[in-house]
Design a binder for this molecule. Structure first.
Ligand code: PXP
Length: 256
């Protein structure tokens, strides 16, 4: 069933299920482009769940460029599976999360001008702010994940901060080609092993698509992938249910 090929000591169960969180932000991007009421975010969430994804991931940005506050509350109320809310470590966002109570909250860096989330959290320079957010969210029993670069020094800071989960940023891997990509893959593998041995749950995401996900899905310590842009893009042609199913199948095959 699950991949058992890690010979390394693992601080917890080494055979993990690999789960998928589908980030549906770009359904909202399409809606906001015209200020219409469609495409319906809840319909997207239902179809993603119907296809078998374990979580719905959304990012409420400070500039509200795609997901709106009302979306966050509606999704919280209506979905059956897990909700993973991505948020910046600001008082405004942490207060919203503490009201909405998603199962998971992934703390991400956020700069107004950027096209998407560029790079992982600055867990060294922003240590106090991130720790404060982590403590506030954890006090409401929200599982906190920190979106970080695959870097051992950063993982050590996560332990100091006290977050139970990391999401490793796969953007550098996704953007690289050939040997460079293999080097990036190795960095993610080593970071995953290290974090797992510290008892931190390892998730991964950003830039994963139908051709580059297999190698990441094969890393046995990884528990969850969060994937958005590629799935929503494929959904334009084949529908979001099949686009989600195809990604789940890639993940399943990778773990056989
Ligand atoms: N994980 C995190 C923390 C993100 O911020 C994003 C992008 O919003 C994703 C995963 C999904 O990235 P992509 O849209 O490139 O699949």
């Amino acid at each position: 069933m699950q991949n058992q090929n890690s010979g390394h000591h693992s601080s917890h169960d080494s055979s993990k299920n690999l789960e998928l969180g589908v980030n549906i932000d770009h359904i909202a991007t399409l809606r906001q482009a015209r200020g219409t009421s469609y495409p319906d975010l809840l319909e997207a969430a239902f179809l993603v769940e119907k296809a078998g994804a374990q979580a719905i991931t959304i990012h409420l940005r400070e500039d509200r460029r795609h997901i709106q506050d009302a979306d966050v509350y509606a999704i919280r109320k209506q979905i059956k599976g897990r909700m993973n809310l991505e948020l910046a470590a600001t008082d405004e966002m942490v207060n919203i999360a503490c009201e909405v109570l998603p199962e998971d909250a992934c703390v991400v860096p956020e700069k107004r001008e950027e096209l998407t989330t560029e790079g992982g959290l600055d867990v060294i320079g922003q240590f106090d702010r991130i720790q404060k957010a982590t403590k506030q969210l954890s006090s409401q029993n929200i599982r906190v994940s920190l979106f970080i670069e695959p870097n051992i020094e950063h993982i050590k800071r996560v332990t100091d901060i006290g977050a139970p989960i990391i999401e490793l940023h796969t953007g550098s891997y996704a953007n690289a080609q050939g040997d460079d990509q293999l080097r990036e893959l190795e960095i993610i593998q080593q970071a995953s092993e290290y974090a797992d041995a510290q008892g931190i749950q390892v998730n991964a995401g950003h830039g994963l698509d139908y051709s580059n996900t297999t190698a990441i899905a094969k890393i046995p310590q990884i528990c969850e992938l969060n994937i958005g842009h590629s799935i929503i893009s494929r959904a334009v042609f084949i529908g979001i249910e099949d686009a989600t199913r195809q990604m789940l199948e890639i993940m399943k095959q990778a773990r056989l």
